[in-house]
Design a protein around this ligand. Structure first.
Ligand code: PLP
Length: 412
């Protein structure tokens, strides 16, 4: 049983014809490595290295504390937030960059629940959602005397009702890559007058987003994945303009104060989205994130999504032909998924270890998933061809059965 699959020459021809191919030169990637994990930690934009040198040597080293004003450090959370607003089609002043996704989820959930006391008994989410989303939701449910209702994706629509205080959903599932239709689910939530928070961690910089057109009111998202903001880059938080005035952060920090440097005893929230700031922003990380976001703004985002789809189709065609033991669990239909492809295999853990040793960095997600991220800015068709070629060799030789791959020794 042999299936036709594209040749290396065909892959190279597609790279040659790819209008985005030259973008890989804007990234610093290690020689010989095929990087399929940009959905977990985006690659390093080359320009960010100079930005970091400037941030340390000039802004910090020379400017010292003056840089809060002279280099507009103080305005950076909002400045970078406005840039991300462009990416997710929100308005200026609706996005702020701060904290981690985890903390932003906590702040947004707490703010919404406090604004609607006594409305509903449950926080609705999807079972198998990203762990931090589930943990934060469980914790805040307990604090507010609510019950966490984590149900299957197919049951969510039926569960929304008068008992629902709040819904929290991840737009693109971190493991399977399944994608919700934001407009449709938002419309359903609005019918029942239930607030809905979207986690855009695997969406921003990956799939088309339009917060305004889809009438999404609340979202959080990640800076270090497809936005290429660097390890531990701060996250973002989105609140639609009309909803902002009703919300106050449960973490009443001085940076979210209306006048932080008036140093008053009493707390008064900033009039704008800055009210969701808590403490002093991590400036070096924030400036690195700005580099990644600037790069994303420069790219043609429609072309990015078009190429992501082409990469996906190319990959699954090769995988079906050459690695049929690994089962695709990501929906093949483009409108139902994000920008990664996941494959199930009972031995996904050692297979991923062997693949990394073969110079192909994807990742493993418990219990049985090999996840391959498709980042059209710096990944080409020949990369995928070689990645599948190496994976096929690992499978055909049973190389993953070697003792060095037999037990988890480190976390990836
Ligand atoms: C990556 C990811 C996060 C990350 O949360 P941090 O607080 O930034 O560590 C949260 N939620 C989802 C859905 C993610 O994919």
């Amino acid at each position: 049983m042999s299936m036709d699959y594209p040749s290396l020459a065909e892959a190279e021809a597609r790279d040659a014809a790819d209008p985005l191919y030259a973008w890989r030169n804007r990234f610093t990637l290690p020689e010989g490595v095929i990087y399929l994990d940009g959905n977990s930690l985006g690659a390093l934009p080359t320009a960010t290295r100079a930005l970091m040198r400037d941030a340390t040597d000039r802004q910090w080293g020379e400017g010292l504390i003056r840089s809060w004003n002279d280099a507009d450090w103080i305005g950076a959370p909002r400045r970078v937030g406005d840039k991300i607003a462009t990416l997710i089609r929100a308005a200026p002043g609706e996005v702020i960059v701060c904290d981690s996704v985890t903390v932003n989820l906590y702040k947004l959930m707490g703010a919404i629940l406090a604004a609607r006391p006594g409305q509903g008994r449950t926080i609705l989410t999807e079972s198998g959602n990203f762990p931090t989303d589930l943990h934060v939701a469980a914790g805040i449910a307990a604090q507010h005397g609510l019950v966490l209702d984590a149900c299957q994706r197919g049951e969510i629509a039926d569960r929304i009702g008068p008992d629902t205080a709040l819904i929290v959903l991840t737009h693109v599932h971190y493991k399977t890559g399944e994608r919700f239709d934001i407009a449709a689910v938002q419309a359903l939530a609005d019918t029942h007058d239930v607030p809905l928070i979207w986690d855009l961690s695997h969406s921003a910089g990956a799939v088309p987003l339009n917060m305004a057109a889809d009438a999404a009111r609340f979202a959080v998202g990640c800076g270090y994945k497809y936005l290429n903001g660097g390890p531990g880059a701060p996250a973002f938080l989105y609140v639609a303009g009309e909803a902002l005035e009703f919300l106050g952060s449960p973490i009443q920090g001085w940076m979210g104060h209306a006048a932080p440097f008036a140093m008053t005893d009493d707390y008064a929230p900033a009039p704008g989205i800055e009210r969701f700031l808590a403490g002093t922003p991590p400036m070096l990380s924030l400036l690195a994130l700005e580099g990644g976001v600037d790069l994303m703004l420069e790219a043609d985002r429609d072309a990015l999504w078009t190429k992501s789809q082409a990469l996906f189709n190319f990959l699954i065609q090769l995988m079906a032909a050459r690695c049929p033991q690994l089962e695709l669990i990501t929906p093949a239909r483009a409108d139902l998924r994000g920008s990664h492809a996941s494959f199930a295999h009972p031995q996904a853990w050692p297979i991923n270890r062997a693949l990394i040793d073969a110079g192909v960095i994807g990742d493993f997600r418990a219990p049985n998933v090999l996840r391959l991220g498709l980042t059209p800015l710096y990944l080409g068709f020949a990369d995928l061809w070689h990645a599948v070629d190496r994976l096929a060799a690992i499978m055909d030789e049973g190389r993953w059965q070697r003792s060095e791959y037999s037990a988890p020794t480190r976390v990836t």
